[in-house]
Design a protein around this ligand. Structure first.
Ligand code: NI
Length: 263
């Protein structure tokens, strides 16, 4: 039994893959050392489900936002709903928001992604909430857009970071944290392993993105926060520090970023 508890900064327990055993699984988190979880909304339905989960589990907080791949869900009415709901005490962030040019090649839709990314960043600024950013195959536009709106004034995390160590350092300079999950345990994740060594420990958050991206040795299976110790082990080995140090630092980082989460 660990005497240090882990802060899971990015999970999707509203996902239908958890329908068969969601309650059993979430009820077992605290006894397995997962002390806080941020459940992150992606489309409108998952944001509503996230709010329900925050009511059900004391240790679970929510992030509300519309993922770039789901912006078809977003209009002024939904935006107003986000604005009204994000002030609830257990909503700790706006997310996940951002750009995804991997799944979306149509330039018109990409331009709508940029519009709603901007709007949701401004929502976070207005409500003084941190942001959880998703950026895939859109490195240049993400950075350009963020610099354009002075995103260094809005605290946040670049979740499931998939770019170069140099770009990670650029985000760190802007004040951002970098979300590290199961991918860091993959043999072919050379860039991410290098990133973990190069950025300050004070900027690393632990995340799963579950049910996706299970770490080794469970790669390919449904992921859950219970796999985070494998990620901790890899970060500790890469940086030459103890697992306890990784758990403690990443927890403190998350508590600093997500101000509404009770420590
Ligand atoms: Ni996610």
């Amino acid at each position: 039994m660990l005497n240090e508890w882990i802060f899971e900064s990015h999970a999707h327990y509203d996902d239908k893959q958890f329908d068969p055993d969601r309650e059993e699984l979430l009820s077992s988190m605290e006894e397995h050392g997962i002390g806080r979880i941020i459940n992150v909304g992606s489309d409108f339905a998952s944001c509503k489900h996230t709010l329900e989960l925050t009511q059900q589990y004391e240790f679970l907080y929510g992030a509300l936002g519309i993922h770039p791949s789901d912006i078809a869900d977003l209009d002024e009415e939904v935006y107003e709903w986000l604005k009204k709901s994000a002030v609830l005490p257990k909503v700790a962030a706006i997310g996940e928001i951002g750009l995804d040019y991997y799944w979306e090649k149509n330039p018109e839709v990409q331009s709508r992604q940029r519009y709603w990314f901007c709007r949701q960043m401004e929502l976070a600024r207005e409500l003084s909430l941190p942001v959880i950013i998703h950026s895939r195959e859109a490195a240049e536009d993400t950075l350009k857009l963020m610099k354009g709106i002075h995103a260094q004034e809005i605290p946040g995390v670049i979740h499931c970071f998939s770019y170069s160590p140099e770009l990670a350092e650029e985000y760190v300079k802007m004040g951002y944290c970098i979300g590290i999950g199961g991918v860091v345990t993959f043999k072919n994740s050379r860039k991410l392993k290098e990133t973990v060594v190069r950025i300050p420990l004070q900027r690393i958050l632990l995340e799963t993105d579950c049910p996706y991206l299970s770490p080794e040795p469970n790669r390919g299976k449904r992921n859950s926060s219970l796999n985070l110790p494998y990620v901790v082990k890899e970060i500790a080995a890469l940086r030459g520090i103890t697992e306890e140090e990784v758990i403690r630092a990443t927890r403190e980082n998350a508590i600093r970023l997500f101000e509404k989460v009770r420590a």
